[in-house]
Design a protein around this ligand. Structure first.
Ligand code: ASN
Length: 262
C-alpha cells in the first residue's frame, strides 16, 4: 500500500511539473501533441468576409477564395489536425453566423475591440491595423461636411464613422461589402468611405481601386483576431491559439504575410 502511494505521488508530481512547464511527450516544444490528444472528427464551420483583399478575396482564375486569412486558417488547421469548411459570406453575415451558432468561428480581418469582446472571444492577434478615410483624389477632411459617407455593415470602420459623424458633419450610408462602398464613392453617391488601411492600400497598389486616402495615418489601430461566440467553442479557440503560436514560432506566419506583400 505504502509503495502504491509513493508511486502515485511521484506520478502526480511529474504530471504537475509537466502541466506547469508545458511538457508534451515526444513532441516537446510544440503544442501540436496537446491538440492531437483532443483530436475530434468534427468539421468546424468557419465564416469569413468575401471581398477584403489581401485577407480574403476570390481568385478569378481558380474560383477559390485566397488571402492571408485563408492561408492562416489552413496552416493552423494542419498544425492542429482539425478539419473545417470555409464559407466566404461577408463580414456582417459572418458575425451573425457566429452569434446564431451557425458557424463555429470566423476569420475575417476582424478587429479585436472591447465592444466585440462582450459577445465574442478572440484569439491572440495575428496582424494590426486601423481605419482610414478614402475618397477621390484631392478630397480633404473638411469636404465631408454636409455630405454622405459610405461604410460597411458591422465593421470597425462603421463604428468609427458613427463616432465622428457629428464632429465632421456628414451623414452615413450603409453597404454590404467593401466593393459596394468603393463604387458609391467612385460614382459620387458618397464623398468618402471608411476602410481598413492595409486593405485599401493593397487595392490602390494593385490598381483595383482608383481612390486615395484622405488621412494617411490609420485611426484606432488594433489587432486582428480569430473569433468564436463568447463562452462557446473554447476548444476551437484553444486549438487556433496553439496553432497560431506554432506558425508564429516556425516563421510560417511571416511567410504568409510576405506572400501578400507584408
Ligand atoms: N477590420 C474589419 C472589422 O473588424 C473587418 C472587415 O471589414 N472584414 O470591422
Amino acid at each position: 500500500m505504502k509503495r502504491f502511494l509513493s508511486i502515485t505521488l511521484v506520478v502526480l508530481m511529474v504530471a504537475s511539473i509537466c502541466a506547469f512547464a508545458g511538457c508534451s511527450g515526444s513532441n516537446s516544444g510544440s503544442t501540436t501533441s496537446q491538440a492531437a490528444d483532443k483530436k475530434t472528427d468534427k468539421t468546424y464551420v468557419i465564416y469569413s468576409d468575401n471581398a477584403f483583399a489581401p485577407f480574403e478575396y476570390l481568385d478569378t482564375k481558380t474560383k477559390k477564395y485566397v488571402g492571408v486569412d485563408m492561408d492562416i486558417m489552413d496552416a493552423v488547421a494542419k498544425d492542429q489536425g482539425f478539419k473545417y469548411d470555409m464559407h466566404n459570406e461577408g463580414f456582417d453575415a459572418s458575425m451573425g453566423a457566429v452569434q446564431s451558432g451557425q458557424a463555429d468561428g470566423m476569420i475575417a480581418g476582424m478587429t479585436i475591440n472591447d465592444e466585440r469582446k462582450k459577445t465574442f472571444d478572440f484569439s491572440e492577434p495575428y496582424f494590426e491595423d486601423g481605419q482610414v478615410i478614402v475618397a477621390k483624389k484631392g478630397t480633404k477632411i473638411e469636404d465631408l461636411k454636409g455630405k454622405s459617407v459610405a461604410v460597411k455593415n458591422g465593421t470597425a470602420g462603421k463604428d468609427y464613422a458613427e463616432s465622428v459623424k457629428d464632429k465632421y458633419g456628414f451623414s452615413i450610408n450603409y453597404y454590404k461589402d467593401s466593393p459596394s462602398m468603393y463604387q458609391a464613392v467612385k460614382t459620387g453617391v458618397d464623398i468618402a468611405c471608411f476602410e481598413d488601411f492595409s486593405v485599401i492600400a493593397y487595392s490602390i497598389k494593385t490598381g483595383e481601386v482608383k481612390l486615395e486616402m484622405v488621412n494617411d495615418k490609420p485611426f484606432n489601430v488594433k489587432g486582428y483576431g480569430f473569433a468564436v461566440k463568447k463562452g462557446q467553442n473554447s476548444e476551437l479557440l484553444e486549438k487556433f491559439d496553439a496553432g497560431l503560436a506554432n506558425i508564429k514560432k516556425s516563421g510560417e506566419l511571416k511567410k504568409i504575410l510576405a506572400k501578400y506583400g507584408y
